[in-house]
Design a protein around this ligand. Structure first.
Ligand code: SP5
Ligand code: ZN
Length: 350
């Protein structure tokens, strides 16, 4: 399976993620790109360099004000006093103008970048620094490159997207995600002539961004298997089974939350359920949000999927028989990351 990648995806260096108010060492690191490259190269998959793509599809997925904020935030921060005053070189939100704060008042946009950040960032873990925008935009180019290969007749193509994307909503970023690569891929497949596209998300966390982007639409299905947010896991407030879509999109969303400690058998059963659903719904193309953080060794989730489990998931989704764009999402255990991705691609087949 061709692997579309870009060296620019290494340029995002979050250094720390602020979790419960403490700067902890981030797990969404540039070395992930090299771990995955090593795994897929070893398995014999050919590398394809991503090329710069226009913004039109991206602009259908995200609010223009968030795109402008992300493109400019690192430089605005650099011009501010933050590094000198407190040693902070990354954009970290300081307040969140949720309804709890604005409470019906006619709130304006914050002028200071440290305050405006909370209008788009919905957590403190997803920091913006020099290179973040360029890396996130390059990841979108990887997704679009993989779509073009599939539109040109490849049975499947893999986009080595980093940073990941499935937690990025129309106007929000969080969960280590800035731009929703999988949603861009789905929109690009739609624009390329596929009338109904399915996104199946096997990252350990529910892809609340992708779910939100397509929640009221019938033309893009979203199905996710993930650790139960009700057991206290990210994204915490959404990802429950009763969320099935709204309006024209009623029935076009499926969430399959699984208990902590779930291993291959139950996880693969859930993946197979989503595959059967997509096969029955008349989709002509598939996007797979391939997070490998459901693996047992992963530091960010309590699921216990094995490398054979990921190979099995690839086989199940490959058997659906649709042209497929496989988009990288999470997966943080560097020693096993490349092998997990390669196992999925091996199972999926060309
Ligand atoms: C794309 C993806 O997999 N995003 C993961 C989002 C879940 N992150 C939640 C992080 C919770 C805090 N992690 C503790 C580790 C401290 N460094
Ligand atoms: Zn994840």
């Amino acid at each position: 399976m061709p692997v579309v990648w870009s060296p620019t995806t290494r340029d995002h260096d979050p250094q720390h993620e602020v979790w419960v108010g403490v700067a902890t060492i981030g797990t969404e690191v540039a070395a992930r790109v090299d771990a995955i490259l090593a795994g897929v190269t070893e398995a014999g998959h050919p590398l394809v360099d991503a090329t710069a793509r226009p913004d039109d599809v991206l602009a259908r997925v995200h609010d223009p004000s968030m795109l402008t904020f992300l493109a400019d935030a690192a430089e605005r921060w650099r011009q501010g006093p933050y590094a000198d005053l407190v040693g902070q070189t990354r954009v970290v939100p300081y307040l969140f103008p949720t309804p709890a704060m604005t409470a019906g008042l006619p709130a304006r946009r914050a002028v200071a970048v440290h305050a405006e950040a909370g209008s788009y960032a919905y957590d403190t873990m997803t920091v913006v620094g020099p290179g973040t925008w360029e890396a996130a935009r390059a990841a979108v180019d990887c997704a679009l490159g993989a779509v073009d290969l599939v539109l040109a007749g490849e049975g499947a193509a893999y986009a080595l997207c980093r940073p990941p994307g499935h937690h990025a909503t129309p106007a929000g970023f969080g969960g280590s995600c800035y731009l929703n690569n999988a949603a861009v891929a789905a929109e690009a497949l739609r624009a390329g002539g596929h009338d109904r596209v399915a996104v199946i998300d096997i990252d350990a966390h529910q892809g609340n961004g992708t779910a939100a982007i397509f929640y009221d639409r019938a033309d893009v299905l979203y199905g996710s298997v993930h650790v139960d947010p009700g057991a206290g896991w990210f994204p915490h407030v959404v990802g429950y089974a009763e969320e099935t879509g709204t309006g024209a999109g009623e029935g076009a969303t499926r969430n399959v939350p699984l208990p902590e400690g779930t291993g291959d058998a139950l996880w693969l059963e859930a993946v197979a359920g989503l595959a059967d659903w997509v096969a029955a719904e008349g989709c002509s193309a598939l996007v797979v949000s391939l997070g490998v953080d459901a693996a047992a060794d992963d530091p960010e989730s309590p699921l216990l999927v094995t490398v054979d489990g990921y190979r099995g998931a690839g086989a199940i989704l490959g058997r659906v028989g649709l042209p497929a764009v496989v988009v990288q999402e999470g997966g943080y255990h560097l020693p096993t990351l490349g092998g997990l991705v390669a196992a999925y691609l091996d199972g999926h087949g060309s």
